[in-house]
Design a protein around this ligand. Structure first.
Ligand code: HEM
Length: 179
């Protein structure tokens, strides 16, 4: 399942990047129910988000990884407005090292039933942060975009790469964020 906030943010992103007519076309092409009426606190099947993003790629010609990355970047720009005090005047690595805390304590208050991902610090030096990303959804490119959005917002340029990994606990994604 996925919170409606992600859907409403997706519609804002499509309208902003491609215009209102294209947004209407994407909703129609995706076949989601109710003409795309979602509320931010509602909870909807993740498959509907997959259908929407797939329709967006089909109609705009964008490749899926790039489309998810662009959307993630836009998400950070929107979502930062909910809790600017958590981000303003902070160091990027400190913010990224505390996403789990932020999701669990701030986002949970508004969205108690959200299926939130987890980002654990695997290693940190002055110029490199290694994060382990675990999620029940295949959204590593979206996560890379959200991190890129945080880097833009905090005026802290970094290169972001990610790798599919596996250990005894299962599959995960390793992010390398380098200054
Ligand atoms: C650097 C900051 C952040 C990062 C890297 C981040 C990352 C992510 C990612 C990658 C997801 C997608 C779901 C998944 O991977 O399973 C997600 C979901 C979500 N995040 Fe964050 N996030 C950040 C900040 C925020 C902020 C500021 C908000 C404030 C509203 C927020 C609220 C949410 C919500 C509501 C979901 C939806 C979960 C669901 O229902 O599937 N996040 N976040």
């Amino acid at each position: 399942m996925m919170k409606g906030l992600v859907f409403t943010t997706f519609f804002d992103h499509c309208a902003h990047s491609f215009g209102d007519d294209m947004l209407d076309d994407i909703i129609e092409e995706s076949g989601v129910p109710n003409d795309g009426a979602y509320t931010s606190v509602g909870t909807y099947p993740f498959e509907q988000m997959v259908d929407l993003i797939t329709a967006m790629c089909r109609l705009t010609g964008k490749a899926l990884p790039e489309a998810l990355h662009d959307f993630g970047r836009f998400c950070f720009g929107k979502w930062v407005a909910y809790s600017p005090e958590f981000f303003n005047n902070k160091q990027l690595f400190d913010v990224l090292a505390s996403i789990d805390h932020f999701h669990e304590y701030e986002v949970r208050k508004l969205y108690p039933d959200a299926e939130l991902p987890s980002f654990k610090v695997m290693g940190r030096t002055d110029d490199r942060l290694t994060l382990r990303y675990d999620s029940c959804k295949p959204l590593a490119n979206l996560a890379a975009g959200v991190i890129a959005g945080a880097s833009d917002y905090l005026l802290s340029p970094v290169t972001i790469t990610h790798f599919a990994e596996r250990d005894a606990s299962g599959d995960y994604v390793r992010f390398e964020i380098a200054r």
